[in-house]
Design a protein around this ligand. Structure first.
Ligand SMILES: *Cc1c(COP(=O)(O)O)cnc(C)c1O
Length: 381
């Protein structure tokens, strides 16, 4: 039994998941790179027009592959927002990189591109913009600075599949981009991810890294007559059973996105007046961005207000969650020199942001219950 009447997240079937899982098993190929993995690759490559897409076991692993592909070395610096999931940074730290934390913009909560230039040093190798809530970072500025200063751009697009910036899909701007198909994301197979490769120079080596450092992919294409160990690598390919689940969701993408838009619009419309009257800020979507409706958040007047609202919702059987503790102030972040005050916007937003229940099978009745419960809340300091 779920502990909450309305959970924060719930996995929902979109259509043919169980049928495709059965087909994968019946086909006799349930390891990686089977029929459904190929279908997922083709869908990603055709939909986004990327050079090459590779399914991975997670977005975390796709980020690790990106760090290996960029040959990140001990002492290299990588610029990351402090307001992100730990994997954005960990993947590079695993190669010995030093993370340099950037603050975020107060409107979109994305890496503040105005601060990028001054964080770059001769040791900077990459910048990793995260499209928070799937709302695009200021990519024109980030790409211009990165190109001029010779640093790589890796998009952590875990939230942003199908989001657009200036009419172009997120995940197609950086030399590499990573996706997540974790249970909490718009499209899911429980645990999964993808690496999108926009710069062809990384294409062949990415296949090798993903296949334990072997040229097994070339072997299967008949390009070599035996396969062998050719580079460093690991095992980053998911089972075709997971790909079968994911492909069923890709196939239903229009329906999923339509549902998520309805959920987002409902929150936005029904909480607008209340937000204004109570000093609460709702998400900002700049006109040049099309969002993929990944999440709905509130920015509340204070930490105390937020904690009291979480408790109030909990008392009514509704789970709402905060998001991202500033990484520069985490135990690891402090080892890299993080100090309070380094990223003031991140520190403040982290205290005040609250995410509301959001999943594909959230019903209108449940949503109306969430909204009514929020409106009943009276903050007593
Ligand atoms: C979910 C998420 C990840 C990690 O995804 P996994 O697939 O769980 O490894 C990385 N970055 C961001 C911004 C995320 O939201």
């Amino acid at each position: 039994m779920p502990a909450y009447k309305i959970p924060f997240n719930q996995p929902c079937l979109a259509g043919r998941e169980l049928q495709y899982i059965n087909e994968a098993i019946a086909s006799g190929h349930i390891s990686g790179d089977g029929m459904f993995t190929k279908k997922c690759h083709a869908w990603l490559e055709e939909t986004f027009g990327v050079q090459k897409a590779l399914l991975t076991t997670s977005c975390t692993h796709a980020l690790e592959m990106a760090a290996i592909l960029l040959d990140i070395q001990p002492g290299d610096e990588v610029i990351v927002p402090s307001f992100t999931f730990v994997s954005t940074v960990n993947a590079f730290v695993l190669r010995g990189a030093r993370p340099v934390f950037a603050d975020i913009r107060p409107d979109t909560l994305n890496l503040d591109e105005q601060q990028l230039e001054r964080l770059i040093t001769p040791r900077t190798r990459a910048v990793v913009p995260v499209h928070y809530a799937g709302v695009g970072c200021e990519m024109d500025t980030i790409l211009e600075i990165a190109a001029r200063r010779g640093i790589a751009v890796v998009e952590d697009n875990a939230h942003g599949l199908l989001g657009k910036y200036k009419g172009r899909y997120l995940g197609t701007f950086g030399c590499l981009a990573t996706q997540s198909f974790h249970e909490t994301k718009n499209f899911s197979c429980g645990e999964g991810g993808a690496l999108l490769i926009n710069d062809p120079q990384y294409r062949e080596r990415a296949e090798i890294i993903r296949e334990k450092g072997t040229d097994r992919s070339r072997f299967f294409r008949g390009q070599v007559d035996k396969y062998t160990w050719v580079d460093t690598g690991s095992s980053y390919l998911p089972s075709d059973i997971l790909a079968a689940h994911l492909y069923a969701q890709f196939e239903a993408w229009e329906q999923i996105q339509c549902t998520r838009k309805r959920i987002w619009d409902y929150y936005h419309l029904s909480l607008g007046e209340w937000a204004e009257a109570n000093g609460v800020r709702l998400p900002v979507i700049p006109p040049e961005c099309e969002q993929p409706y990944h999440m709905f958040y509130l920015i509340l007047p204070s930490l105390e207000y937020r904690q009291a609202l979480i408790a109030h919702l909990k008392d009514h059987g509704i789970l709402s969650v905060f998001h991202y503790l500033p990484l520069h102030l985490s135990a690891m972040g402090r080892k890299f020199g993080g100090q309070p005050g380094d990223c003031p916007v991140t520190e403040e937003i982290s205290d005040r942001l609250l995410r509301l229940p959001f999943y594909n099978c959230l019903t209108e009745a449940q949503q109306s219950c969430v909204v009514d419960t929020i409106k009943e809340f009276k903050f007593k300091p």
